[in-house]
Design a protein around this ligand. Sequence first.
Ligand code: TYM
Length: 335
Amino acid sequence: DGTVFSMIQPTGMFHLGNYLGATRVWKQLNDSKGPAQTLVFGVADLHAITVPKPDSAQFRESRLGAVASVLACGVTPDRSILMMQSMIPEHSQLNWLLGTMTSMGYLNRMTQWKSKSQSSGNTDSVKLGLFAYPVLQAADILLYRATHVPVGEDQAQHLELTRYVAHQFNSLYKRDYFPAPQTLLTRSKKVLSLTDPCKKMSKSDGDTMSQIYMNDPPEIIRQKIRKAVTDSITTEFYYDSVGRPGLSNLIDIASGVGDTSVAQVERDIAHLRDYRSLKDYVSDLLIAELTGPRQEYKRLIADRGYLLSVAAEGSRRAREIAHRTLAEVMDLMGF
Ligand code: TYM
């Protein structure tokens, strides 16, 4: 029962973190959908402009590309509502209402705007949209009165804020109107950069070697994994996220792809005696996993008409829910 909701920003090709931390889980939820469940997945294009996108033609392509990617991951429009945030004006409207209930202090404690603002110490030039980003995210989630939100670990803070905003509204208007949405974390809640395993794998990392993209062909996957930063202990491969972060990241990736425990992966690799074999083992798993989505993406991206129709139809269905919630909220508030 309940409503599952999640979104992804259309900023370039999805990477392995997006895939294992989020969109593959969306597919799994899509496939196991119960009759009383509603699944809503979306492209967060309004959020994407908090990092300026002055090339509008390219931005338009990315938005469509994101729809193709979500479909390529296996989310299907017959079971899931697949929508585009900007096509549903209610997101912006609820954002305003909730913004009046969110304290600056709470927003100030969110870490993401700080890491994205690059303004060392001086916050005067930080844009309002970037600072208030989590309020729009709360609006996204609460608009569908979602009960479960599958995301990677980097979104956990935003989910806490969402529960706080829901609570603010409920206590102000003395109604149990918004359910507190639960964060659904996966096994691969934090996939790390291949070139610097002390950081998360991130779309904003300029180094393409740090990420595996969903549409990387097999030879590129193999090359990136071979070059992944590890260590010089090659007699034994075991999980130690503090002492051996690079190796542990590869083990985590194998565990995520195979949906098996870290202990199981350790047993599977126990016989390997050099990094080349270990890395080939991980590459083989990744190649087998990503070949389907890569081919599907290639097929879908050539069919703009289809992608536009999926986004339009999904957004129309999402809007029915969004419209009802916004009307109820405004009514409760006395508008
Ligand atoms: P975004 O676009 O940065 O990332 C999309 C999803 O991928 C997950 N993710 C990761 N998971 C594991 N390891 C990583 N290295 C990694 N990098 C990214 C993210 O946690 C996310 O689940 N603010 C959101 C988009 C958003 C949203 C929402 C999400 C807007 N409104 C409402 C949920 C509900 C974001 O920027 O995700």
